[in-house]
Design a protein around this ligand. Structure first.
Ligand SMILES: Nc1ncnc2c1ncn2[C@@H]1O[C@H](COP(=O)(O)OP(=O)(O)OP(=O)(O)O)[C@@H](O)[C@H]1O
Ligand SMILES: Cc1ncc(CO)c(N)n1
Length: 232
């Protein structure tokens, strides 16, 4: 059975974070493992508390999993601060993991910060160059590129800029594009653009959509051989 690791925060409400990731791994029939970066107290009303782990605690969890069980693919979610980001980047390099999915989690849907503002540059400098796929939502893509995104062309330009930061494949998710009746994601692999569009489901219950999405990509990556060198 292929093995997937999530390096992310705990959501006590079970909709996002490692809980969403592990449920998704299980659904897609890969063996799920976790390295916890933070404990959050969350429910349907919002985020009531955020308690980050020491970077050393994150490092030890990744080390234990990497040196014994093995990792076919991994994703990162909430990383909270620069120290944790740098620790995660070091471990990815140390184990030479290549199927790395970065969900650049910054702010919970209710507005609570899940990444310190000063950690954005650590994310750009240390983690983006190591990632095979990055899955920003529109506000996250705006922070990473320092541009505003209104149109499909803006999404393309943002994807180009994120590619220039070192990410190999970029998916800009369209969940936040609430003015259209479609949810349109854009994939850019450094050469070609592809839009994926589905009818927007009218619901407020979208907590954890991004975590589930990036966990699904990670699970599917765990099962495939990366043979297309253009993407590597
Ligand atoms: N209302 C919706 N109807 C259909 N698809 C949706 C809807 N909202 C989001 N999606 C899809 O779900 C996936 C996740 O996108 P979204 O932009 O919601 O991520 P996110 O903001 O990072 O989520 P979160 O921060 O809650 O984890 C994308 O593929 C997006 O197109
Ligand atoms: C722990 C955690 N990770 C990610 C998100 C983003 O959905 C969240 N709300 N909570």
């Amino acid at each position: 059975m292929e093995k997937a690791l999530t390096i992310a925060g705990s959501d006590s409400g079970g909709g996002a974070g490692i809980q969403a990731d592990l449920k998704t791994f299980q659904e897609l029939k890969v063996f799920g493992m976790s390295a916890l970066t933070a404990v959050t107290a969350q429910n349907t009303l919002g985020v009531q508390g955020v308690f980050p782990m020491e970077a050393e605690v994150v490092a030890e969890q990744i080390q234990s999993v990497g040196e014994d069980i093995g990792v076919d693919a991994l994703k990162t979610g909430m990383l909270f601060n620069a120290e944790i980001i740098e620790t995660v980047a070091e471990k990815i390099k140390r184990f030479a993991w290549d199927k790395v999915v970065v969900d650049p989690v910054m702010i919970a849907k209710g507005g609570a910060p899940l990444l310190q503002q000063e950690a954005v540059s650590a994310l750009k400098n240390h983690l983006l160059p190591l990632c095979f796929v990055i899955t920003p939502n529109i506000p996250e893509a705006e922070v990473l590129t320092r541009m505003t995104i209104h149109s499909p062309d803006d999404k393309k330009e943002a994807a180009r800029r994120i590619h220039a930061l070192g990410a190999k494949n970029i998916v800009i998710k369209g969940g936040h594009d609430v003015n259209t009746n479609e949810a349109v994601d854009l994939l850019f692999n450094g050469a070609d653009f592809e839009f994926f569009s589905v009818p927007r489901i009218e619901t407020k219950n979208t907590h954890g959509t991004g975590c589930t999405f990036s966990a699904a990509i990670t699970a599917q990556l765990a099962k495939v051989y990366l043979y297309m060198t253009r993407y590597l």
